[in-house]
Write a protein that binds this ligand. Structure first.
Ligand SMILES: NC(=O)c1ccc[n+]([C@@H]2O[C@H](COP(=O)([O-])OP(=O)(O)OC[C@H]3O[C@@H](n4cnc5c(N)ncnc54)[C@H](OP(=O)(O)O)[C@@H]3O)[C@@H](O)[C@H]2O)c1
Length: 297
């Protein structure tokens, strides 16, 4: 199986480069080789790859910046994705794509299912939804995985930011009224690889799926958990107070949903998967970060 991976330098792309190698021959492209803002280059890369599976881990992910750069966000998250979908429809390739909890407004009081109505609160959420919708409208075989709160030992994310702040400050104020599931890039890559391998054997079960780690938390509890884990592994941290605050006290250019919980029952039952509790991979990534900090002079 020939696999074309786009966005190979991002959090999820980095993990996919590793995991997809067991499923096929991977051509991994970063922005330098395949810029989603350049339609001609993208078309050329797609044509020469002759891929059976196109995995798109590239995206405009700067949620707040998207509010003032809507054109770039729309080009990368929506128009380029529509071009990928049109190509895959024409060639019969499978398109694998990632989307977000931010397609919802977070007003429901239970986890969102794939059947729930979307209503994004931000430009980022709108453009990600447009990308999803273009894929579904194209008629191509696809897997759209909606996920949340992605982190890894590489790249920029909440987990790394909070540990850095905890090293330098006595007090942290962290939002406690937004709920979701921190999901590791590694889990996304492992599940993607497994599902692609299964789909290669059959022509059904493609579609949109929610994919997050199990359980739920809020940003404050997540931060407190990660800081405790880092301390237990010997990382010296200055922080003494981790103060829970409402999101209203931490205004951001882009509004975030209060409820980002995604119901992953459809994915688990279709592919007989058990998604691990969010703490498992937080432990593992924190341990990696602590080990890296200890070995840095
Ligand atoms: N991060 C989250 O919390 C989160 C939550 C829900 C869903 N998701 C979705 O999960 C997927 C993977 O996200 P991630 O966390 O791995 O994001 P990430 O670490 O920000 O990686 C995104 C990648 O896309 C690349 N990219 C940006 N613009 C590009 C362009 N014009 N052409 C080619 N590549 C471009 C970036 O390259 P550069 O490094 O060169 O900019 C980066 O390597 C995305 O679809 C995202 O929307 C993420």
């Amino acid at each position: 199986m020939k696999i074309l991976l786009l966005g190979a330098g991002g959090q999820v792309g980095t993990e996919l480069r590793r995991s997809l190698a067991v499923a096929g021959v991977v051509t991994a492209c970063g922005r330098g080789e395949a810029d989603l803002q350049d339609a001609r280059q993208l078309a050329q890369v797609l044509a020469t790859s002759q891929a059976d599976v196109v995995v798109n881990a590239a995206a405009y992910t700067a949620v707040d910046k998207a509010q003032t750069e809507p054109d770039a966000a729309r080009r990368i998250n929506a128009e380029a994705v529509a071009e990928l979908a049109a190509h895959c429809h024409k060639t019969g390739s499978l398109l694998v794509h990632y989307s977000t909890d931010y397609v919802f407004d977070g007003m429901l009081s239970r986890p969102y299912t794939e059947a729930d109505a979307t209503h994004p609160l931000s430009i980022y959420g709108q453009t990600k939804l447009q990308g999803e919708e273009a894929i579904r409208a194209s008629g191509c075989r696809h897997l759209v995985f909606r996920t949340s709160w992605v982190y890894s030992a590489t790249g920029g994310n909440f987990l790394k930011t909070i540990l850095k702040l905890a090293a330098d400050r006595d007090e942290l104020r962290v939002v406690a009224d937004q709920w979701g599931a921190p999901t590791s890039a590694r889990l996304l890559a492992e599940v993607t690889t497994r599902v692609i391998s299964e789909l290669a054997e059959m022509d059904e079960h493609w579609g949109t799926y929610h994919l997050t780690a199990g359980g739920e938390t809020n940003w404050h509890a997540y931060a407190s958990y990660a800081i405790a884990r880092a301390r237990s592994q010997g990382l010296p941290l200055q922080v003494k107070n981790i103060v829970p605050i409402p999101a209203a006290d931490y205004p951001t250019p882009a509004a975030r949903p209060a409820n980002s919980r995604l119901d992953c029952g459809k994915l688990s039952s279709t592919f007989s998967l058990q998604l691990p509790d969010w703490r498992r991979d937080v432990d593992s990534v924190v341990d990696t970060l602590v080990a890296a900090a200890s070995s840095t002079p």
